[in-house]
Design a protein around this ligand. Structure first.
Ligand code: HPA
Length: 285
């Protein structure tokens, strides 16, 4: 099947994508996991894996971002039936936010109740170091506040209400669980606010200083759209950022952020992130 050009979706399109996936695997996933930049290799640990390339799924966009493999893996991870996105879609790729978040709604139709979102992010909080993990407590959705919200357009009541609340976007129960697992495993888990920007250009030093002043602890180009669509459909959401670079706030800095350093830092942090997520999944299972 060809990658699609649809920028908005009907219920029938989501249903068709879900039916195609159901037809390929008898497993009913309960947990969704979206792997961010550099984190794809986590999917290698899925057992009884049914692998479906995005391009085969009706109405699915295809991944264009480097470091995003572009396939759905359904199987078992730490005893939990999971649906893993090895590579996500971003607004900066040119997709509409409905395309970016279409897989979340398809997961909902497949029976996914809990969505775990991971990403690579720049550290705004000066206490954060490259390689840290940050539990997302809350977010600031800059594209959303400027009108680029994935729930814009006709509301599909089958999923949720027109005006969903967002004050409990990242589920308290799951945040507590993540803290417990991190403590048990001796993993230092930072907490913070994820500031979402559209990308693909990185931020200017003035923007970094502004994001920090407004309460952001980490900055990235994804995650918030998926979280909003999942909560709209009453899924529970957990978000974890991997700090892949220190955001640069000075015009005189010699360094500049690169996608290469983001991918490399992501690879290094995978074992720690895996331990945390496998511990969480084992508890959910
Ligand atoms: N800015 C925005 N997105 C990012 C960054 C960053 O510094 N690092 C990884 N994703």
């Amino acid at each position: 099947m060809q990658p699609n050009n649809e920028s908005s979706y009907t219920m029938a399109a989501y249903d068709e994508a879900a039916s195609y996936i159901r037809w390929h695997t008898p497993l009913e996933p309960r947990v969704g996991l979206i792997l961010g930049s550099g984190l794809s290799s986590m999917a290698d640990q899925v057992e009884d894996a049914h692998i479906i390339p995005y391009q085969d799924i009706p109405h699915f966009p295809t991944s264009t971002a480097p470091g995003h493999v572009g396939r759905l893996i359904i199987g078992v991870l730490a005893g939990a039936p999971v649906c893993v996105m090895q590579g996500r879609f971003h607004y900066y790729e040119g997709y509409s936010l409905q395309q970016v978040t279409a897989p979340v709604r398809v997961m909902k139709l497949l029976g996914v109740e809990t969505l775990i979102l991971t990403n690579a992010a720049g550290g705004l909080n000066p206490d954060f170091a490259v390689g840290d993990l940050m539990l997302i407590e809350d977010h600031i959705n800059f594209p959303g506040m400027a009108g680029h919200n994935p729930l814009r357009g006709p509301n599909l009541e089958e999923f949720g209400t027109r005006f969903p609340s967002a004050n409990r976007t990242y589920t308290k129960r799951l945040r507590t669980l993540a803290d417990e697992v991190a403590e048990r495993q001796g993993i230092e888990l930072r907490h913070g606010v994820y500031a979402a920007v559209a990308g693909p250009s990185f931020e200017t030093p003035a923007e970094i200083r502004m994001l920090r002043m407004l309460g952001g602890d980490a900055v990235g180009m994804s995650t918030v759209h998926e979280a909003l669509v999942a909560r709209h459909a009453d899924m529970e959401v957990l978000g974890v950022s991997t700090i892949t670079n220190q955001a640069i706030d000075s015009l005189d800095a010699v360094d500049e952020p690169t996608h290469k350093e983001v991918l490399e830092a992501g690879k290094i942090v995978v074992p720690k992130l895996s331990r945390l997520l496998l511990g969480i999944l084992a508890d959910l299972a």
